[in-house]
Design a protein around this ligand. Structure first.
Ligand SMILES: [Zn+2]
Length: 393
């Protein structure tokens, strides 16, 4: 026999206990309950109870067993006014969930009672479309995308490694990208520095990169630092950023960056390339080794890689730069296993990846110490620095 709406609601009320906003607040003060918001996504985004899982009524049956696998879990369901959650709770009971209640008056009653709630990042319709493939991944979702948009990443160099990294980080919606580069675009760069174009030869690389990024994603703010990284500006440059991406091509600057990033506790995603070989690691101060733990002394200057003097396969920085971009995104999201304490070697001719474990050196001249004790004077200094620089010319 067909049921009326009223009959359905009466049945639901008989089956499902209801709880007032006050009782829900008291219950939530104790651990163990799962809070389910069964409203539509846009209602949830406008404001929801802290810690509530968004599971719109239309997806309830399909997704709840994945979201709450244990059917004995206490569930508090709520909607805007208390009706949809009552019907949802009834369905949950039918599915075998044993401890389900519905909040009377819903979010409206909660909010009107002046109780605390959370308002998520408000995405524009354009952003909802632009980042829709991220929203489909539970590891990113709207919360992760909000983290990406709030993140500040500093790229050291808009060259071979910095180009692909900047392209993909801007496409992914990393909200602030600082770019440090004092160079201008040269025709010989274009074989690998794909953020620049033939028409921009002679322009500053920071301007050329900013122009490309603006075309890709207007959400990204580019901060141009048209300077050379040195001991006088390193601290000031990296301080405002969350993560540093190292695409540097010389050892002295790498030591300088390392020492400053350890002092400021900034993670550095570092890659280097030479010929057909690339290597990659994440230096997260005090959680894994630093660059000096790995390379206590630099190689002789004549062997130190520099892309100007040495050949490099044009696509290789693309591969390594995108691995860097991936590590950056993982660090921002707090997902996955970053390459901390691991050195990844890529050999393009053989198409092989090799991973080496690297450990913190308890005798490391930098990261074995208290960060506050690292002085300006010793940053970037290493044994035989004078000889190294003299040999490098
Ligand atoms: Zn160290």
């Amino acid at each position: 026999m067909a049921k009326t709406y009223k009959q359905i609601m009466d049945e639901a009320r008989r089956l499902v206990p209801e709880m007032s906003a006050d009782d829900v607040q008291r219950r939530l003060a104790k651990p163990g309950a799962t809070l389910l918001d069964v409203r539509e996504k846009d209602e949830y985004r406008d404001g929801h109870l802290d810690g509530a899982i968004s599971l719109p009524r239309g997806f309830l049956e399909m997704r709840v067993e994945e979201t709450v696998p244990d059917k004995a879990t206490p569930i508090i369901a709520y909607c805007a006014g208390g009706t949809r959650s009552l019907i949802a709770a009834r369905t949950l009971k039918e599915m075998g969930y044993t401890d389900v209640v519905s909040m009377t008056g819903g979010f409206t009653a909660w909010k009107n009672a002046g109780k605390p709630f959370t308002q998520d990042h408000q995405f524009t319709p354009e952003q909802l479309s632009r980042y829709s493939r991220h929203f489909m991944l539970p590891e990113v979702g709207e919360a992760g995308q909000a983290k990406l948009l709030a993140a500040k990443v500093l790229l050291l160099g808009a060259g071979g490694l910095g180009s692909p990294t900047a392209l993909y980080l801007s496409a992914a919606g990393v909200g602030t990208l600082g770019i440090v580069d004092d160079d201008t675009v040269d025709l010989s760069n274009l074989q690998r520095q794909v953020i620049h174009t033939t028409g921009r030869v002679g322009e500053p690389k920071v301007d050329s990169a900013a122009e490309t990024i603006a075309d890709i994603n207007p959400d990204v703010e580019v901060v141009k630092h048209q300077v050379r990284l040195d001991s006088s500006n390193v601290v000031e440059l990296i301080e405002p950023y969350d993560i540093v991406v190292d695409g540097l091509d010389n050892f002295p600057t790498r030591y300088l960056l390392n020492d400053a990033s350890v002092r400021l506790r900034k993670p550095v995603v570092s890659a280097s390339i030479l010929g057909f070989d690339g290597q990659l690691s994440v230096f997260k101060p005090y959680e894994g080794p630093c660059y000096r733990c790995l390379y206590p002394t630099p190689p002789p200057a004549e062997l130190a890689p520099s892309c100007g003097a040495n050949g490099v396969l044009g696509v290789l920085p693309g591969t390594m730069g995108l691995l860097q971009a991936t590590e950056v995104v993982k660090l921002i999201l707090g997902e996955g296993e970053p390459l901390v304490g691991r050195l990844l070697l890529y050999e393009a001719l053989g198409a092989t990846f090799t991973e080496l474990k690297v450990r913190r050196d308890p005798q490391c001249p930098i990261c074995s110490r208290d960060p506050e004790s690292i002085t300006d004077e010793e940053m970037g200094v290493f044994p035989d620095y004078e000889a190294f620089c003299a040999a490098a010319g």
